[in-house]
Design a protein around this ligand. Structure first.
Ligand code: ASP
Length: 343
């Protein structure tokens, strides 16, 4: 018979062993030990969450595009779901979803991105592999159809984390990517938007930055974000999206993609702050994300929101604006897309 004290020691030992293997074993080993676990093991809690921008938009303002946007988000979630359901990686799921959103003219990423003060398009993107703590990012690229794909190549095929401007495009060519002319990205809607902003000399933030976080069946988290940044931007402005820890972050415990007024997200290192609160302060993911987005950012007037996912499959999508386009899918394949707060 095991005496209480002995059983306590045993329990402590088991707990220590459990946390060691979680913290130090490489993902493949973890996957194998999960597969070898007794029947009582939890079912996989894989899934994906996406956003396509937050803002103070009115229903009337988005009415024309709402259904098309929801359909495109549905396609993106389905693409990610298919990857994950087939046992693919969270990185592949994130990339597959973001490529679809970049190819759609409806969002501020890839085709249909916002215009700079000079009427050009300059794109930023990042992708992060939480299990291996690898990241790749591109900033200020002008001829890359799918910046998220180039960010992934930076992560996997270069010794660097972030490449910018002409150098990033030279690397893209070396990797066999086809570059596209600026006209590919151009949409009438963005041209009108730029005119309006310039005429009003207003600081207006354009919405539609896209992002995804995913957890695969092996328990690996990934995050990605892609954007045209802010309309009317100047001087080679780079936002938070390609900055690891600001607009995009993933560890083995937490993945975040942000959208909003990038300067605030950079200064507050938002994505990493949320994951750090979970890790060091032992806050729940929801509590951490809400505190950062609904308290810290609100106090500074930093508009925006995040999607965040942990390695148990819990996710949260707080935003401090009127709305945030967001959606999720889990193992049951049920796709949910929402725009406003009370949905
Ligand atoms: N965060 C992006 C940026 O500042 C813009 C956005 O999410 O709307 O570049």
């Amino acid at each position: 018979m095991i005496r209480p004290a002995t059983s306590l020691v045993l329990l402590a030992l088991l707990a220590a062993l459990g946390s060691c293997s979680r913290a130090s074993a490489p993902p493949d080993t973890r996957a194998k030990s999960a597969a070898a676990a007794p029947a009582a093991a939890q079912p996989p809690k894989w899934g994906m969450v996406i956003h396509t921008g937050a803002g103070n938009f009115t229903l009337a303002g988005i009415a024309e595009r709402k259904d098309a946007m929801q359909a495109a988000m549905n396609d993106a979630l389905l693409a990610g779901y298919r990857v994950l359901a087939a046992g693919g990686t969270s990185l592949d799921a994130v990339q597959a979803a973001i490529v679809i959103l970049e190819d759609s003219p409806l969002f501020n990423a890839g085709k249909g991105a916002v215009l700079t003060n000079a009427g050009t398009v300059e794109l930023d993107a990042a992708i992060m592999d939480g299990a291996a703590l690898r990241a790749g990012a591109v900033a200020g690229v002008k001829h890359i159809k799918n910046p998220i794909t180039l960010a992934r190549l930076v992560m996997e095929k270069s010794p660097h984390v972030m490449l910018a401007g002409d150098g990033a495009e030279a690397f893209a060519k070396e990797q066999g990517m086809t570059l596209v002319p600026q006209s590919y990205f151009y949409t009438e809607r963005r041209a009108r938007e730029l005119e309006r902003i310039k005429a009003a000399e207003a600081k207006q933030r354009a919405h539609g930055t896209v992002g995804a976080v995913a957890l695969d069946q092996q328990g690996r988290l990934a995050a990605g974000t892609s954007t045209g940044g802010t309309a009317n931007k100047r001087w080679g402005r780079i936002g938070d999206s390609p900055i690891v820890g600001a607009g995009t972050y993933a560890s083995d415990a937490c993945a975040v993609s942000a959208t909003g007024a990038g300067e605030y997200f950079i200064r507050n290192v938002v994505a990493h702050d949320i994951c750090a609160r979970v890790r060091y302060a032992r806050e729940s993911l929801e509590q951490a994300a809400r505190e950062v987005v609904l308290e810290e950012l609100v106090a500074q007037h930093g508009d925006g929101g995040v999607i965040a996912l942990d390695n148990d499959g819990h996710f949260t999508m707080p935003f401090n604006t009127e709305g945030m386009y967001r959606g999720s899918v889990g193992p049951d394949g049920q796709i949910v897309v929402k725009i406003y707060r009370d949905e």
